[in-house]
Design a protein around this ligand. Structure first.
Ligand SMILES: *[C@@H]1O[C@H](CO)[C@@H](O)[C@H](O)[C@H]1NC(C)=O
Ligand SMILES: *[C@@H]1O[C@H](CO)[C@@H](O)[C@H](O)[C@H]1NC(C)=O
Ligand SMILES: *[C@@H]1O[C@H](CO)[C@@H](O)[C@H](O)[C@H]1NC(C)=O
Ligand SMILES: *[C@@H]1O[C@H](CO)[C@@H](O)[C@H](O)[C@H]1NC(C)=O
Ligand SMILES: *[C@@H]1O[C@H](CO)[C@@H](O)[C@H](O)[C@H]1NC(C)=O
Ligand SMILES: *[C@@H]1O[C@H](CO)[C@@H](O)[C@H](O)[C@H]1NC(C)=O
Ligand SMILES: *[C@@H]1O[C@H](CO)[C@@H](O)[C@H](O)[C@H]1NC(C)=O
Ligand SMILES: *[C@@H]1O[C@H](CO)[C@@H](O)[C@H](O)[C@H]1NC(C)=O
Ligand SMILES: *[C@@H]1O[C@H](CO)[C@@H](O)[C@H](O)[C@H]1NC(C)=O
Ligand SMILES: *[C@@H]1O[C@H](CO)[C@@H](O)[C@H](O)[C@H]1NC(C)=O
Ligand SMILES: *[C@@H]1O[C@H](CO)[C@@H](O)[C@H](O)[C@H]1NC(C)=O
Ligand SMILES: *[C@@H]1O[C@H](CO)[C@@H](O)[C@H](O)[C@H]1NC(C)=O
Length: 706
């Protein structure tokens, strides 16, 4: 059956181009030899794997030629030369005696993404002809045997593992010696393998591998410094060292890499000035130097470059302007300068970057207006929050066909919000314009942004009346923040919208001139956080609020409420923050639920005593203020039960008696404020050092120096 061409292809594919064409080779098969078939069947029966998660092993059977089994490739003599058992959910049953190690002609072996849960077996060194060995994320643990590095024909070696688990270690003092024999290697992937080598050790080890094209040693516990001789690796194209504590500058000579396409040095504690020439390496397509807070420098003038696609300089200390010449990077699709020290105005030329899909300039000091976005047809993600930008946002923003996130919060934009035409297929999921000076009314067209999950318009100067039910079309909305504007919100929702905002998690309507407790909230069964503070709400806090099963933060401070209905202590176990301060609430102090962390009942008109069992409700409280009420009686001893309390403020009440000693000895308390009560007795001087005690006024109520 075999014809010459097929044999020829088979030979070529199998012996030389495995690494690149492995997927394409299924068309090429020799005829299966019996011993090879039986080795494969033994292998299959030794493995434990989930049949439902297997696509290759599960189909192996004698009815067809073993060279045609999925994942198996044979050479022209019918010997198995390639085996791809990646992602087969193999769970174990792999040991030194495995028949795998008898497949002597193997050149290509991929066991990636399994759950073998075994040491890397020394048996691998029997497979002398291997050129491609991929054991990444295969569930291997323990030490990487040096025998692996005696496979002298290796061109590709990938033993990456999940770095969080530190499952694999390379434990040999002489890395240089170990690497000596694998000098044909082109792709070396050791992500997550704990290597713990010093800069000169691992650099010298790599320097012996002149054919290296791709090196990835992410989270390998490597130390610095980065050695400038690494540039002698002329063919190096991908160099990834993220997550190693290199604590060194980047050598200027790195700009001499002639064939570098990807350089990633994120989270390496780099220091000094980043050599600006590196940004200008003509072949570079991806550069990431993010999360290096001690790295200084600036962006260069870019010359025309059709290669650079991804530029990530976030969380560094790089500063200066975004150069006009940024537009020379005609293929740039991902630009992230966030959380750095950049300043100046944004060049108009920025709008020429037609390929941009991701633009993040947030948390810098950029000022002035933002350029037009007409050209950004592919933009998905736009974040310019927390800068000093002003002027108007371009109305064209909302017409971009693929845009999903727009974040312009914490700037100085001061126009009316313009949302002109919106295509019905718009995909915008998050719009955050909070903390600006936007004016005028909130356009009703906003209700056409049907994919919105997050809408944040707080802290602007929007005015006019808004009917909350205009948002009913936003069926997936989880966060709505209209707080701190000059809006008058009509929170009546017509009965004809029974499932109004069914996904709502965070509803922020602070300072919205609400006169009534909005009754639609009763049906927001997924509500997590509710802020109705600083409105004009009168009457009672309705009892149903304590029945919202996920409510975690509840703030209704600064209103005119007089009654708490229902049983606060029966509220959902998720409730962690209750802020009722500055109302006119009367009667008995409502007991709070057990797991609350923050309670502010201050500035009300509660007139009961503090319940003696309060301690049993305090187990997780960090902050409690009952200040400025009319509370009477003594401080319950049970207050001593709590050990996490940071702030206790019962000032300005009519409490009597003595202060429980434990409060003064508390290790956690930072603020203890009991002033303006009628407390008496001795005050011991055992306050921990950092405690700030407010004891003014105590003298006048009979406290004396001891
Ligand atoms: C053997 O494998 C082939 C191809 O996967 C499949 O169609 C056939 O049903 C299998 N036969 C048995 C007996 O499992
Ligand atoms: C495999 O064999 C080697 C000796 O060749 C031995 O050191 C190692 O412990 C064995 N590993 C397992 C898992 O049996
Ligand atoms: C390795 O491959 C060569 C041909 O490239 C072959 O002659 C030799 O027998 C193979 N070695 C083993 C151990 O199979
Ligand atoms: C190893 O195999 C996995 C799964 O097939 C693949 O994603 C990865 O790119 C391979 N590594 C190399 C270096 O080829
Ligand atoms: C990482 O390397 C340092 C030395 O550079 C060493 O002290 C430390 O033990 C290593 N960590 C691990 C988990 O091996
Ligand atoms: C570097 O790559 C070129 C082109 O692929 C190749 O001809 C040359 O042999 C490689 N150099 C080394 C040392 O492998
Ligand atoms: C870089 O490596 C070379 C060669 O091993 C060595 O001589 C030099 O000291 C190293 N430089 C640094 C900064 O470690
Ligand atoms: C440069 O790298 C590219 C991509 O990795 C590769 O195709 C090319 O052969 C390399 N050129 C040289 C001269 O090494
Ligand atoms: C970052 O740079 C600024 C000056 O641009 C300097 O004041 C600050 O200390 C630097 N921060 C760090 C962590 O180096
Ligand atoms: C940008 O910041 C630098 C200091 O880091 C300052 O010298 C320069 O004047 C600033 N430029 C603008 C336009 O604010
Ligand atoms: C709401 O979310 C669901 C689930 O993610 C999605 O299928 C649906 O298309 C979304 N609705 C709109 C109007 O985007
Ligand atoms: C809203 O504010 C704008 C100016 O910012 C003003 O012209 C307009 O009259 C205001 N509208 C209302 C209803 O207060």
């Amino acid at each position: 059956m075999r014809i010459a061409l097929v044999s020829f292809l088979s030979f070529i594919f199998c012996c030389f181009f495995w690494t690149h064409l492995a997927v394409a080779v299924t068309v090429v098969h020799g005829q299966c030899l019996e011993d090879q078939q039986s080795l494969l069947l033994q292998l299959k029966s030794s493995f434990m794997f989930w049949h439902e998660h297997s696509s290759k092993l599960v189909s192996w059977n004698e009815t067809i030629d073993c060279c045609r089994w999925k994942g198996v490739t044979c050479d022209n003599k019918g010997q198995v030369c390639g085996l791809d058992l990646s992602k087969e959910s193999i769970q174990g049953g792999f040991d030194n005696s495995s028949s795998l190690f008898s497949l002597q002609n193997l050149q290509f072996l991929n066991l990636a993404f399994n759950d073998l849960n075994s040491a890397i077996l020394t048996g691998f060194n029997k497979l002398k002809n291997l050129t491609y060995l991929n054991l990444s994320y295969a569930g291997f643990v323990g030490e990487v045997p040096v025998e692996i590095f005696q496979l002298t024909r290796l061109v590709t070696l990938d033993i990456s593992s999940y770095f969080a688990q530190q499952q694999l270690r390379l434990k040999n003092p002489n890395m240089q010696k170990i690497f000596q024999k694998v000098n044909r290697i082109r792709q070396l992937y050791l992500d997550g393998v704990t290597i713990s080598a010093q800069g000169h050790e691992w650099s010298n080890a790599l320097l012996q591998l002149p054919s290296l094209q791709e090196v990835s040693m992410i989270y390998c516990n490597l130390s610095g410094p980065l050695n400038s001789s690494l540039t002698t690796l002329k063919n190096l194209s991908v160099f990834l060292l993220d997550g190693n504590d290199l604590s060194s500058p980047v050598p200027e000579t790195f700009a001499n890499f002639k064939n570098l396409t990807t350089l990633s040095l994120s989270c390496c504690r780099l220091r000094g000035t980043f050599p600006v020439k590196i940004f200008k390496i003509a072949t570079l397509s991806v550069i990431d130097i993010s999360i290096n807070m001690d790295l200084h420098g600036s962006l260069p003038e870019f010359s025309f470059n059709r290669n650079l696609q991804k530029l990530v300089v976030s969380e560094t200390n790089l500063s200066g302007a975004l150069p006009v010449s940024i537009s020379n990077l005609s293929q740039l699709s991902h630009l992230d300068l966030s959380l750095s020290q950049f300043n100046g105005t944004l060049p108009v030329s920025l709008s020429k970057l037609k390929e941009l899909t991701y633009l993040d300039l947030s948390f810098n000091y950029f000022s002035g207006p933002i350029p037009s976005f007409n050209m950004y047809k592919n933009l998905l993600h736009l974040d310019m929050s927390s800068n000093l930008l002003n002027g108007c946002h371009p109305p064209s923003l909302f017409t971009l066909p693929f845009i999903r996130l727009i974040k312009l919060s914490n700037n100085r934009f001061q126009c009316p919000l313009q949302i002109l035409e919106i295509s019905t297929s718009n995909l915008l999921e998050a719009l955050d314009l909070s903390n600006n000076n936007l004016q005028g009314s909130i356009p009703v067209t906003i209700s056409q942004l049907k994919s919105l999950y997050v809408l944040q318009l707080s802290s602007n100067k929007f005015n006019g009346t808004i009917r909350i039910d205009m948002f009913r079309t936003l069926e997936n909305l989880t966060t709505l923040d209209l707080s701190q504007n000059n809006l008058l919100i009509d929170a009546n929702v017509r009965d004809s919208y029974p499932s109004f905002l069914p996904e709502m998690r965070n509803l922020m309507l602070a300072s919205c001139n609400l006169a009534k407790f909005p009754s639609f909230i009763r049906n927001q069964s997924k509500l997590f956080s509710l802020d109705l503070s600083s409105n004009n709400i009168q009457g009672s806090i309705p009892g149903w609020i304590w029945q919202l099963g996920y409510l975690t933060e509840f703030n209704i401070s600064n209103n005119f409420l007089t009654m708490v209905e229902g049983h606060v202590q029966n509220a959902s176990a998720t409730l962690s923050v209750i802020d009722l301060h500055s109302n006119q609430l009367r009667g008995n102090l409502p007991v709070f639920p057990v797991y609350v962390n923050y309670v502010d009942y201050s500035m009300n008109d509660f007139s009961s005593s503090i319940p003696s069992e309060i301690g049993s409700y305090l187990s997780s409280i960090i902050f409690i203020s009952l200040s400025r009420n009319r509370l009477v009686g003594s401080l319950p001893q049970s207050l001593c039960n709590n050990s996490n309390l940071l702030v206790l403020d019962f000032s300005y009440n009519q409490l009597e008696g003595t202060i429980p000693k434990c409060l003064m000895k508390s290790e956690s308390l930072v603020v203890l404020n009991l002033q303006h009560n009628q407390l008496g007795g001795n005050i011991s001087y055992t306050f921990p050092v950092c405690i700030k005690v407010s004891i003014s006024q105590w003298k006048s109520i009979g406290w004396y120096d001891s």
